[in-house]
Ligand binder design. Sequence first.
Ligand code: MTE
Ligand code: HPA
Ligand code: MOS
Length: 749
Amino acid sequence: MKNIDSYGHVRGESLFIDDINVQQNTLLGLVFDSPKAHGIIKKLDLTEAEQIEGVIKIFTYKDIPGENQIGGIIADEPLLAEKEVHFVGQPIAFIVASSDSIAKKARALIKIEIDELPVITRAKEAAEKKHIIGTPRTFNLGNTTKAFDKCAFIFEDDVFTNGQEHLYLETQGAYAVPTENNCIKVTSSTQGPTQVQKAIAKVLGIGMHIIEVDVIRLGGGFGGKEDQATPWATLTALASYLLKKPVKFVLNRHDDLRMTGKRHPYESNFKIGLSKDLKIIAFEADFYQNAGAAADLSPAVAERTLFHATNSYFVENVKTSVYSCRTNLPPNTAFRGFGGPQGMFVIEAAIAKAANEIGVTSKEIQEANLLQENDVLSFGQIMTQTEATSSWNTALQNFNYKKLVKQVDEFNKENNDYKKGIALMPICFGISFTNTPMNHARALVHVYQDGTVGISTAAVEMGQGVNTKMLQIAVQTFAIAADKVKLETTNTTRVANTSPSAASATADLNGKALLKACLAIVGRLKTAAAEDLKVNEEEVSFQNELVYVNGKKSKLTWKALISKAMLARIALSEKAHYATPEIHFDKTIEKGHPFSYHVYGTAIITTTVDCTRGTYTFDAIKIVHDYGKSMSEGIDLGQVEGALAQGIGWMTMEEISYDNKGRLLSNALSTYKVPDIFSIADEIEVIPLETTGNEMAILKSKAVGEPPLMYGIGAYFAIQNAIKAYNPDYKLKFHAPMTPEKVLMSLYQ
Ligand code: MTE
Ligand code: HPA
Ligand code: MOS
């Protein structure tokens, strides 16, 4: 099935927050944010701003009727700053005016005096000062101290990975409308409608039942709208509820870049120990996560780092710790991979370092340590249906790895101005929210009396194609045409108490709930059809909008059956709930089985470095990816390609930069480089790994949203290998992104 949004998107007909036909007299919101990264607010003077005609009201924390608190995991984040500010961009006041330009004028007239306090922008600096959020976590397997004594080789190093801007095409925004009896409806560009509903209820001091949150679709989220769509929706709701007027607020790009958190930068160090035959005997790592000024999702991101610290390798002795460090940056948040990529980069760095020092290739170490069936990970999950070796071998064979290496070597012998590098990147990514209680979803299905269908789930469409997958489930189960099924918006009144659309698990969780609901209706309809046709229920099936008996067409159409079922007073609606079975995790011992399954794959990346300029291009990226049994090959390929581009961007060019006063320097697209068509390889080839699929995945079609981002990690190491070919003195560095500037310095180090 084609992505059902493609026509609307191409014609510009798809609706985003800023496209909604707003009510007359809708007011516009704008945030006044902190110009300083840390300090005490001495004076906030709104008088001049308030006097401008068209300024309706400027809200501060004093206007909040409920709690001034939007922290999700830890209650440490005020909606509007009170006495102290903790990052540049922190919301202090919310201006509501009759037009956008008036709001902007007013913002320029707000005066603030701040007594500045010391600013911390680096994770390790925060750790030294004991600014830690929550409790550090440690995963332990075997005994690393004893194991290091047995190792033939031991290496240590420091690693840095930078943050990453989500750069969703649609910036953050929301539109709130008062409804009858003091209720409120908020249309939000959020991945987590329930989260928004809950925060609004808390801030307004009212029940969740008063608030309806609706999501049409997102112009991209990438994790950036899992938690961080909440403040803007809550501010518009606050103003709308108190003023009894519709209020809209869509951030402009500069405000969005400055005020929102990003992927967490990590400062880490590792110690790796290997045997003579290149088995990784012991691995230790400490991860210092730059959480920013509030917890947001950082503790959850941190734990996913530990869950992925050994990537697709079996290591007998592991000790990894993670520290969420509180700094004076905007709270960093979920970003595709959710801490997994930061963890996986470190072990790949450790392998690269070991290989370089021992004098072998990374490939030899990677290959010697790939996960086998029934291997155990550091947190106790026993790995079954492991595809680490199969995806690796398939990649080597199908893409003729030996020949690719030979081509690189020959090129490097003949050329000095350009050098090529090649790297292999295996991935292994756990599917399920690491927080077990979040792994459930619901669906609501109506079959209308004319045989058409409406479906609602908790799934939020953000470009990943989940709506198409949901539609496909209904279409297949009812055996009716796609144009007879409507996918409703994601709405808290229809489907309540939902987890955000995240963790790549949206299609699995909501799809399984939807399938359950559809099957329940099908069951009732089969009984009705059997009675009508005077046959056994087991003989009845549905195909092409017709009732079949024993595989043969009957005269009864789907439409006629529905009319008859209606007259027979059979329920044509159904809701269902699905909770992932079998998963569990015990934080007190840091052991369990948190993931319903893992997604695997292997990428081969080849790059050419221009040794005069330090620039690089990717010749080819060849991937064997474990889709399970893909239910939508077009959508899934799109996810692999998109994630790959984002991974390459993170690893090679996207350079978030703050000055030591905590001001974002990369605050525009002129100073922040994202991948474009030229950044992607000339040749991308993705082949599916042949498997029977996994029962835990929806229709055996494995989650695909996040895992392929981590193929991009291979780009870093491919570039390093090209640099080594030019400059044998180059000492490997693990400091991402590998920008052209850094490549140039390394070539002539
Ligand atoms: N693809 C597009 N086009 N836009 C997005 O915002 N988000 C990614 C991924 N793919 C995203 C995307 C992230 S971070 C996640 S967790 C998953 O999609 C969420 O959707 P899923 O659970 O349906 O895979
Ligand atoms: N992944 C993504 N988002 C999340 C998770 C997770 O494991 N936990 C909470 N939000
Ligand atoms: Mo994705 S980072 O789980 O929204």
